[in-house]
Design a binder for this molecule. Sequence first.
Ligand SMILES: *Cc1c(COP(=O)(O)O)cnc(C)c1O
Length: 497
Amino acid sequence: MRPDQPQPQPGQSPEQASEHSDNRRPGDHMTAAEFRAAGHAAVDWIADYLSTLEQRPVLSTVEPGAIAAQLPAHPPQRGEPFSAMLADLERVVMPGITHWQHPSFFAYFNSNASGPSILGELLSAGIGVQGMLWATSPACTEVETVMMDWLLELLGLPDIFRSTGPGGGVIQDTASSATLCAILAARERATGWQTDRTGVDRALCVYASDQTHSSIEKAVRIAGLGKDQLRAVASDARGALDPTALAAAIAADRAAGRTPCAVIATVGTTSSHAIDPLRAVGEICRSEGVWLHVDGAHAGTAAVCPEYRWIHDGLELADSYCTNPHKWMFTNFDCDAFWVRDRAALVRTLSVLPEYLRNAATASGEVIDYRDWHIPLGRRFRALKLWFVMRHYGVEGLRRHIGQHIALAQRFAEWVAAHDAFELAVPAPLNLVCFRHVGGDAVNQRIVETLNASGALYLTHTKIAGRYTLRLCVGGTYTEARHVEAAWQAITAAAAG
Ligand SMILES: *Cc1c(COP(=O)(O)O)cnc(C)c1O
């Protein structure tokens, strides 16, 4: 943005002085005054959007290519006014948007957002720092370190992950990236940190349940291990990893001369919210010297409420853990919180220091350089939105909202259980309900398709024990009891119709 020039006259604001100072040409940088006006319009647009979401169909139903066809084939020769862009947001973009913040969005897991988070994101963009090193903006690093300790306390996570000891936390873009970093560190630890080595040890093995998220296989493959080095360990009827099967798989690999290197356990599987028995799994990992990474991408947020902290029982046995405030904790995508027990292991795995990044603070060893804690070099000031969210809601507010989501889902589960034609596919411990009509796969598929085409709500499905199963997740910032009640009415009506 162009600074305001020339100096204002008495009684004139800098912006007024600037507006009249010269002839503005298309393509000039925005002045502060222009930015302010456009910014106010953009914030107004967002406030209107969020407060009228219910008038829009939840799910976009455009055909492939329909949005692209609305866009000019070439970039404009002359710069355009901001008002033209804002108008096209409604005209061109909105038809192709599935409204993730809609209160009747019950699909997948949520990716919820909130006022303080949106504003934190905006201010982060406004400051525009690149926080790769402590030295490139000390506040970007130090606010993040403290926020990760705050979040640890908010979720009641074990102190082994606190930054004041050998562990610590970092904000990553996604759980996928966090898991990749954990697997890379596990791989290096298991093979003695031979960073000059070429090729990957073919004897290494990674274990996860057959219900694990697809990002685990992706991370294993990116880490250079073959798919044949990933063991899909059997899960029980509920979808939770079976520790006996895990111990047997590790023993079989040891007997064959292979090297077990990492176990990925899940708190709240994506399909059915199963919770792996962390304590039993952790004890196996401890005695085998295997890195345990715990993926609590969605369900981890439940632990803001002390009564749900049992989901993390045994987490103190883990080497690393991640959860996504960008799913359920009112924090805009992207924001994954990743903690490690031994930050030295992570830094040793990922640090490469070229001459042009050398600086006195790094050399002193007294600061954190977060570039060594993840894959990219560059990093945004994501801690700002997390700070704003925790300050706006407070521990009390977060407990109230998360507790309410779980209570609404539990109420929905009771309606399902009490209905003759519907059943719970598995117990619903938190805010995800997996259920089905007793009439079979075709009936359930028809219910989902009818409801999603109606625009009134959005549900997705999974398969549990081979059967088509409906999923309803309550985690929207604006979702109230009336939306869940309306969903249940629509579901039973679709089943009858
Ligand atoms: C959503 C999810 C992921 C992936 O999250 P990203 O942050 O999008 O990578 C991983 N694991 C589980 C259990 C999830 O629910």
